[in-house]
Design a protein around this ligand. Structure first.
Ligand SMILES: Cc1ncc(COP(=O)(O)O)c(C=O)c1O
Length: 395
């Protein structure tokens, strides 16, 4: 059962705000929800959406989760050194020093790098040096939906590789070069997985979003199978990755997909309230103290301006969560050092009370706090460092 504001205030009676927390009971419920949607396909955990080693370890210890999708090469090397295995770095790297370190790594299963062009292979070759163990790479292809003969493109700007022939050509280039091993194929359908079909304040757009997602999933299903078949003409790749928290259920329907990725679903930030296909419980929050009362209907919090990345808009702002009945002031938003909150509950708040807010995205919250207080059964059961708390800030 979800904890109330009073429950949290009781649990954190001895802790000064600001602080961040993860409600483990909610997080494990979210994990179970995602496993149910994955229906037996293993879930690779997106580390960027968790950014806490202790929680990544706890998640990977559970059945159904396998390997990490990492976000920078220094992060991947750091995790590898600390015993994490099966690392797929999902974004191309141009980090020369980290590549040199990867080149020196003497291990059976080094982190896999993402590539979509020969130019990236040149950079890796130059930085990692000759005579190294083979560097394992994964080919990323473009998942966007093209309409009107390619004049309208629905999706994000990631890979230039779109057709089976494009992917096959890069696969040939990889196997032709010494020092590389082709390990997988990835296509991340951000416009399906990362876009809610109930966007904030855009009622009229909802049917169009649903139609586009369905149409894109159908097109992608055929194209992904063809891309993978083309790459397998060149090398016997096993790993075929796709999806995200918002598309687990549709991505796993594709036979060719061997694993789906998910990360945000553990914390369930506000952007993930906006999907009609599944429901998650808010698990990650941050608490800010009420420090002044400008007038009867306003309580002002210290700080709180933790905006999420992406195209700027109201949906990227943090949202007051508890006590219920609070909202941001549209003229001030969430501020660097002060955030006024208004609404029915504001009048009841006193100096020193805490307001519990939710971030719009998942792992970015961890860049603001050194630790996460873990709550279970209405009690604080542990406090664990975030990446930042371990002195690591990778992006
Ligand atoms: C390559 C890739 N796969 C999967 C995901 C999904 O992650 P999440 O489940 O946190 O939305 C992302 C998120 O941006 C991504 O970049």
């Amino acid at each position: 059962m979800a904890l109330s504001w009073e429950d949290y205030e009781r649990a954190f009676a001895g802790v000064d705000a600001p602080f961040a927390l993860v409600d483990l009971d909610a997080m494990w419920e979210n994990a179970a929800e995602m496993l149910a949607r994955a229906a037996g396909t293993p879930i690779r955990v997106a580390s960027k959406s968790v950014r806490c080693r202790a929680l990544l370890e706890a998640i990977l210890a559970r059945e159904g989760f396998r390997g990490l999708m990492t976000f920078t090469l220094p992060e991947s090397l750091w995790l590898h050194e600390r015993g994490f295995e099966d690392l797929l770095l999902a974004y191309p790297t141009a980090d020369h020093a980290a590549l040199a370190e990867l080149g020196r790594l003497d291990t059976e299963r080094p982190p896999i790098l993402m590539v979509d062009s020969a130019e990236q292979l040149d950079l890796i070759d130059a930085a990692a040096g000759a005579g190294r163990r083979a560097i394992r790479v994964c080919i990323e292809f473009d998942t966007s939906l093209w309409l009107a003969g390619g004049r309208v493109k629905v999706g994000v700007k990631r890979s230039p590789l779109r057709t089976p022939a494009d992917a096959r050509a890069l696969a040939r280039e990889i196997v032709r070069r010494p020092g590389f091993e082709l390990a997988g194929v990835m296509g991340y359908e951000a416009h399906i997985a990362g876009v809610g079909d109930k966007p904030l304040g855009k009622l009229l757009e909802r049917p169009a979003i649903r139609w586009l997602k369905r149409r894109s999933a159908a097109e992608l299903s055929e194209r992904r199978a063809a891309v993978v078949a083309a790459v397998r003409e060149v090398a016997p790749v096993e790993l075929v990755n796709g999806g995200g928290t918002g598309s687990i259920h549709s991505t796993v329907r594709e036979q060719v997909v061997t694993e789906v990725t998910a990360g945000s679903g553990f914390y369930a930030p506000t952007l993930f309230d906006r999907y009609s296909g599944f429901k998650l419980r808010p698990a990650a929050m941050f608490a800010m103290p009420v420090v002044r009362r400008p007038s009867g209907g306003v309580a002002t919090l210290l700080g709180g301006g933790y905006h999420a990345s992406g195209a700027a808009g109201a949906d990227r702002l943090p949202a007051p969560h508890l006590p219920p009945g609070l909202r941001l002031d549209s003229r001030e938003g969430a501020g660097e050092v002060q955030t006024p909150v208004i609404g029915s509950a504001a009048a009841t708040l006193r100096i020193g009370d805490r307001v519990y807010l939710r971030h719009a995205k998942a792992g970015e919250l961890c860049e603001r706090f050194d630790s996460l207080h873990l709550v279970s059964g209405g009690r604080v059961v542990d406090e664990v460092p975030t990446y930042r708390g371990e002195g690591r800030s990778f992006l």
